[in-house]
Design a protein around this ligand. Structure first.
Ligand SMILES: Cc1cc2nc3c(=O)[nH]c(=O)nc-3n(C[C@H](O)[C@H](O)[C@H](O)COP(=O)(O)OP(=O)(O)OC[C@H]3O[C@@H](n4cnc5c(N)ncnc54)[C@H](O)[C@@H]3O)c2cc1C
Length: 479
């Protein structure tokens, strides 16, 4: 087990043990409000389970958001994480001076929940070009956001990536989503994204050459089976905000949230193996190493859906097996002179051929993603390619991109690492419920992107919602 300590000499300890407040006793409500989460008491006796207020299982964005909300009410908690760092699916590895995000991830600044929780300035967000370069018919075609890059979009009005009518329809669709609230969007009548695009009158050329690689890359779903609710939500966020990367890597987002939590409140390398509910507030949570933790206010399970179903043994409805979304991300190192552009632009494969879905030069967006003189190339595929060896996948990507940028250039790139991400996102094809109730039983709550939407924002919302349900049920906030 590893505890994130801000005071390295502190022994292993937990937040305060206390009498759980009740709705009928306003005194205990106030007492709980006054508990300090910064000054944990000495260790309990080794024979007793270690006690805390709330136990949150999983320190991805959902668990971190739940912890942040509890912290804001000064309610003690312990955030228990199986892996060696916070962030869950949002992690970055430092390799040979490069920052390798575990899969291509973009932070959209207009995410509403993220705006409330994160300090954007401290994240030092670096912007992408608002649009893309689409590879089609042996060359690149610009697709530009007309609001941000008006002259680019005018010049490319008649390119083969969609008809002029398509470009008008994009403008109208954008206007439609901007006039709707997020709540309305997430609860609207839904169809799959592909059905929505077809019924809206978009041509095959824009669907196949732009929407499939672009939204397919966001949802890891080039069939575009994902709900139209998410299409609308993401389109609205893209219209209102910028696509960005934090200068220190995507993991700067969860790290910023974790840094604001109290000392000693996060326990790493600690896999939970069972949850034993004793009453509507107390539960024993057992770790793989045999340690038992006791929660006196409730448990928030903020792990991936499949793991939550396992941990909650029968309490959480198991969805009929829709395939989860997978991706592979390959990174290459290049000399700065061996990249075709300096623009922070996303390249999409609109050709309908090959295995590359999208790629970009990460150091063009954020130079800090690579050491001086080097460029970082990030290439994403949709699906897991489980039956293809890593070296064969790399060779195929190099061959394909050589056709895009020239053999001389791509041949000089050096493969750094391949990330195969079997579970990138849950399947969010209709029917969906993007605002599920976090309560699964007395004192037991779930959060995670499968409860809301499989985005950074959805995970953050789900964490807050679980914490708020618990706070209300325990009368820790006025109902
Ligand atoms: C490659 C990739 C690209 C993405 N791109 C984007 C993007 O561009 N924009 C966007 O908005 N979203 C993107 N997403 C989606 C987004 O990252 C997720 O929706 C979100 O991070 C999910 O957060 P979470 O907290 O629900 O789950 P997770 O991040 O999965 O967190 C769950 C945590 O629980 C821990 N855990 C599991 N079991 C246990 C246990 N038994 N005991 C203790 N801890 C346990 C795990 O280790 C993990 O840390 C992407 C995801 C991936 C994988």
């Amino acid at each position: 087990m590893t505890l994130i300590l801000t005071t390295p000499s502190l022994p292993f300890s937990y937040p305060a043990t206390f009498t759980p407040p009740s709705r009928s006793n306003p005194k205990t409500f106030r007492a709980a409000q006054q508990l300090s989460v910064d000054t944990p008491p000495p260790d309990p006796s080794p024979t007793q389970p270690k006690k805390t207020g709330v136990i949150i299982i999983g320190a991805g964005l959902a668990g971190l958001a739940a912890a942040t909300r509890l912290r804001s009410e000064n309610v003690p908690f312990l955030l228990v994480e199986a892996s060696d760092a916070v962030g869950g699916r949002v992690r970055t590895d430092a390799v040979e001076g490069f920052l390798l995000d575990r899969g291509f991830q973009i932070f959209i600044t207009a995410y509403p929940e993220a705006q409330k929780l994160l300090d954007y300035q401290a994240l030092d967000l670096r912007k992408f070009y608002s649009g893309a370069q689409v590879y089609y018919d042996g060359r690149f075609h610009t697709v530009a956001d007309p609001v941000r890059h008006f002259s680019d979009s005018l010049q490319t009005l008649t390119n083969p990536i969609g008809t002029v009518l398509d470009k008008l329809l994009i403008g109208l669709t954008r206007l439609r989503v901007l006039t709707k609230s997020d709540g309305d969007i997430l609860a609207a009548k839904e169809v799959s994204t592909i059905e929505f695009l077809r019924s809206s009158g978009f041509s095959d050329s824009i669907v196949d050459r732009f929407f499939r690689p672009f939204f397919g890359g966001i949802f890891f779903d080039t069939e575009l089976e994902t709900t139209s609710r998410l299409f609308d939500f993401v389109l609205k966020c893209l219209a209102l905000g910028d696509n960005t990367l934090p200068a220190k890597g995507i993991s700067a987002i969860p790290q910023q949230l974790a840094a604001k939590l109290p000392a000693n409140s996060t326990l790493l390398n600690s896999k939970v193996v069972s949850i034993d509910i004793e009453s509507d507030s107390t539960a024993n949570v057992r770790l793989k190493d045999g340690v038992v933790l006791r929660s006196e206010l409730g448990v928030v399970v903020a792990v991936e859906e499949a793991e939550a179903v396992k941990l909650l043994a029968g309490k959480l409805e198991k969805k009929p097996g829709k395939p989860v979304r997978s991706t592979v991300c390959l990174y290459f190192s290049a000399d700065s002179s061996q990249v075709p552009v300096r623009d922070p632009v996303l390249f999409l494969n609109g050709s309908g051929k090959g295995i590359v879905n999208n790629m970009f030069f990460a150091t063009n967006v954020a130079p800090s993603y690579g050491p001086p003189g080097k460029a970082l190339v990030s290439v994403s595929l949709i699906g897991l390619f489980g039956d293809v060896l890593d070296e064969d996948l790399t060779a195929e990507v190099v061959r394909e991109l050589s056709g895009w940028f020239g053999e001389g250039m791509v041949g000089s790139w050096r493969h750094l690492r391949t990330y195969r991400i079997g579970f990138a996102q849950p399947n969010q094809s209709p029917p969906t419920d993007l605002m599920k109730d976090p309560r699964v039983g007395p004192g037991l709550y779930v959060s995670g992107d499968y409860q809301t939407s499989a985005t950074f924002d959805g995970a953050l919302v789900s964490g807050r919602m679980a914490a708020e349900a618990l706070l209300r049920d325990r009368a820790l906030v006025p109902v």
